[in-house]
Design a protein around this ligand. Structure first.
Ligand code: NAP
Length: 265
């Protein structure tokens, strides 16, 4: 069976890579693109894609769904639009694979309920790279023995949300095996706001944003006289594409929302 795929955010760094990937994989068919600007009627009209790519572009998701009947919507847009896209797709019984990060906890809860009540599969994966998923798993394991943790996530300077979805997810996974603990000196004081990073149950998360970076993370575990560092680097967007394809295939078998690739591998 061929899975009919629509992509939101096709002109972006992740979205354009996903267009290439979906078009080149057996068993997947790209049937539509969702944009919010009208820059052409089809991807073929945008200079960045081959002129043979006759895939219609819509600026209205309901119309896209009605006219092209996708099985799966992949969202690779931004934190301002992803929630509305995901909600609307689920309300129309279209499965979703979301790589965009920046959901609030309330939005996640609402989408979870929506997917469950409608029995529609949805995967939200803050990181599609298998190595990053392993980094999170290893970090969770290490935190059982070395509970003093600081997370440093490093991304390109066009990223809108901080901390990254991967940074937050790592902290949440570690919190499953670690008591909330205040770290650092009990009387420590920031003489510049933000110097100690974000505080998640006492764990500190530091966000670095620089040109040249793609997506990187270090998890540092301190113990008496020792430090363990677990690090993952994505050097290009291709590192995410096997995970995107895996999720598109997997979401066809789901009837609820799954948050995090590690829960379905
Ligand atoms: P990007 O290059 O800025 O791409 C986002 C694209 O979405 C842009 O072309 C933007 O258009 C477009 N867009 C914005 N609002 C839209 C809407 N309402 N409908 C359709 N398209 C819309 O960003 P990126 O680096 O590709 O990343 C996209 C998202 O994926 C970010 O949230 C990022 O954090 C996340 N990400 C996830 C993973 C993962 O493994 N899960 C990996 C890398 C990145 P304009 O530029 O014209 O506004």
């Amino acid at each position: 069976m061929t899975i009919r795929v629509a992509i939101a955010g096709c002109r972006g760094k992740m979205g354009s890579e996903a267009v290439k990937t979906v078009c080149n994989r057996d068993g997947l068919e790209l049937v539509a693109a969702l944009d919010y600007k009208h820059l052409g009627d089809s991807l073929a009209e945008l200079e960045m894609f081959p002129s043979s790519l006759d895939v219609p572009i819509y600026t209205n998701l309901t119309q896209l769904i009605t006219e092209t009947k996708p099985d799966v919507l992949i969202d690779l847009t931004n934190p301002h639009s992803v929630y509305e896209h995901t909600k609307e797709a689920l309300l129309h019984n279209v499965r979703t694979v979301v790589g965009t990060t920046g959901f609030t906890d309330n939005q996640l809860d609402e989408l979870k309920n929506l997917a469950k009540s409608g029995k529609v599969g949805c995967i939200i994966a803050p990181n599609f790279a298998i190595g990053a998923v392993l980094m999170m798993k290893f970090a969770k394991e290490a935190a059982k023995y070395l509970p003093h943790v600081e997370i440093i996530e490093l991304h390109h300077d066009r990223k809108l949300d901080a901390p990254s979805g991967t940074g937050k997810k790592t902290a949440q996974m570690i919190a499953e095996v670690r008591e909330a603990t205040k770290q650092g000196h009990e009387f420590e004081k920031e003489t510049m706001p933000g110097a100690r990073g974000a505080d998640f149950e006492g764990m500190r998360i530091h966000s670095v944003r620089l040109p040249g970076l793609v997506a990187h993370q270090e998890v540092l575990f301190g113990g008496e006289g020792q430090m363990l560092t677990i690090r993952h680097d994505s050097y290009n967007r291709e590192s995410f594409m096997d995970g995107v394809v895996y999720c598109v295939e997997k979401v066809m078998t789901l009837e609820e929302l799954v948050y995090g690739l590690e829960n379905i591998l």
